[in-house]
Write a protein that binds this ligand. Structure first.
Ligand SMILES: [Zn+2]
Length: 454
């Protein structure tokens, strides 16, 4: 048969489905993802697609669905999470956060961008394969997971540990990319292939107590201030991942010959340079570039003292460290002790949370396929690899050997800054054009990856 999907109709169906998903409150905590998972299961059953619900706790359910091709081939995993972050104040929303209102060309609700949009899109891709009875190779797997917003303890982390074979695939598509970014006068679609490592740790500095009216040098608070200041100013050596190199060079090129020259210096690990000021709202900023090329530390919390006139004998502060590939927590700790100088024996370090850098290659066939597809669907657009400074569930499936990429293409209707402001924020919404583009692009990527014959 010939397949000429009606992309407009599929876009409308995605819009309707997203609206319904947004009406199911899966705020995490507490999560209660089973309501959304049951909804999805019903939708899949209607399409006669095999599903399975897996849960560490009944209310924290995850769903897996699979479609097997007629020929042997690669396996593609369509991954998403169905939990959402809490709403701060529903009164600040133009349409209620769990209304799923379709208004002003958008679907409104908590999770519209992060990331029930992709859950709906991935369902539609699978439904399209099934409805068109596509002859394809390999396997299409859909996973809708719980608990991403609170560390995936009931979601992807647990699934990957408990049922690795059910999630193992050659490639995965997940959140974390697909935003059109204007650099110079060209639009680039971001593809996330790598996520920085994370180490949140508490530093306890010991001193001795005393009366505030008789100062002494062993004040835990002032010693901490010294260490915090030196740590915050410290520049870790550069370590450039291939995806970051590509990002900087492509962005530099788009910004003209002068910036391209700077970009070449920026990707040189042996050279440092002072970055120029970028225009406000620019997707490329000196801070972002700095965070891409090296391990960084931000001091984020501090606690010391019980009374105005008592010198504290201990001070605790928290450092948020993000690691680039090739840099270990041990090295960060060594650096911290060096920076503490004469106070280095007065410190205790306690890990709060940690995970390693996670990445997939950008010279991979599937990555190239994402690039080709979006370029064909959005004429004039380029692509740019992006290293996330945060983390997604991709890191868990990567541990199973899956090459995972963050890509959910959005229209250019909203600019990057506005869209990013809506994530985890009031009035979260997605424009209908993005859903229409998303279903078309993701379906075409999946069809090419699995060698679907029309
Ligand atoms: Zn998310």
């Amino acid at each position: 048969m010939t397949l000429k999907p009606d992309w407009t109709a599929l876009g409308q169906e995605t819009t309707q489905m997203l609206s319904e998903l947004l009406q199911i409150d899966t705020t995490n905590p507490p999560g209660d993802e089973y309501k959304a998972i049951e909804y999805l299961q019903k939708k899949l059953q209607k399409e006669k697609i095999e599903t399975e619900i897996l849960a560490k706790e009944p209310k924290r359910a995850n769903l897996i669905a699979r479609l097997k091709g007629k020929r042997p081939g690669q396996r593609l995993l369509l991954l998403s999470h169905v939990d959402v972050v809490p709403v701060a104040d529903p009164k600040r929303w133009k349409y209620p956060p769990f209304s799923g209102a379709i208004a002003e060309g958008c679907v409104w609700g908590r999770g519209a961008l992060d990331m029930k949009c992709m859950t709906a899109l991935e369902f539609m891709v699978m439904a399209l394969f099934q409805r068109a009875k596509l002859d394809f190779a390999g396997e299409l797997i859909l996973v809708a997971a719980a608990d991403e917003e609170k560390g995936s303890v009931y979601g992807a982390e647990w699934l990957c540990k408990t049922y690795p074979d059910k999630l193992r695939a050659d490639w995965a598509l997940n959140e974390g990319g697909g935003l059109p970014v204007q650099i110079g006068n060209k639009i680039f679609y971001t593809i996330n292939s790598i996520e920085k490592g994370l180490w949140w740790f508490k530093v306890r500095v010991k001193g001795s107590s005393g009366h505030g009216s008789i100062p002494h040098a062993n004040n835990a608070l002032s010693k901490s201030a010294y260490i915090i200041d030196r740590t915050a100013r410290y520049k870790f050596p550069k370590k450039i991942a291939p995806a970051v190199r590509e990002f900087i060079l492509r962005a530099g090129e788009a910004l003209g010959p002068e910036m391209h020259k700077l970009a070449l210096v920026l990707v040189d690990e042996t050279k440092e340079l002072d970055l120029p000021q970028f225009p406000p709202n620019s997707p490329v900023s000196a801070q972002l570039l700095n965070a891409l090329v090296r391990t960084t530390i931000s001091p984020t919390m501090i606690h010391a003292g019980v009374k105005e006139n008592v010198i504290p004998d201990s001070c605790e502060f928290v450092l948020d460290c993000r690691l680039v590939p090739g840099y270990t927590r041990e090295r960060v700790q060594e650096t911290l002790l060096e920076l503490a100088g004469e106070y280095k024996n007065d410190l205790e370090i306690e890990t709060i949370n940690a995970h390693d850098v996670s990445g997939s290659p950008i010279d991979d066939r599937f990555y190239k396929l994402i690039e080709e597809t979006i370029r064909a669907e959005v004429p004039g657009a380029g692509t740019i690899p992006l290293m996330l400074t945060g983390a997604t569930d991709s890191r868990f499936v990567r541990e199973l050997g899956v090459k995972a990429y963050g890509f959910c293409p959005m229209s250019t209707k909203m600019n990057l800054a506005d869209r990013e402001r809506l994530i985890h924020n009031d009035n979260e919404r997605i424009d209908v054009e993005s859903l229409e583009l998303g279903v078309r692009v993701l379906a075409k990527i999946a069809m090419k990856a699995l060698d679907a014959k029309l």
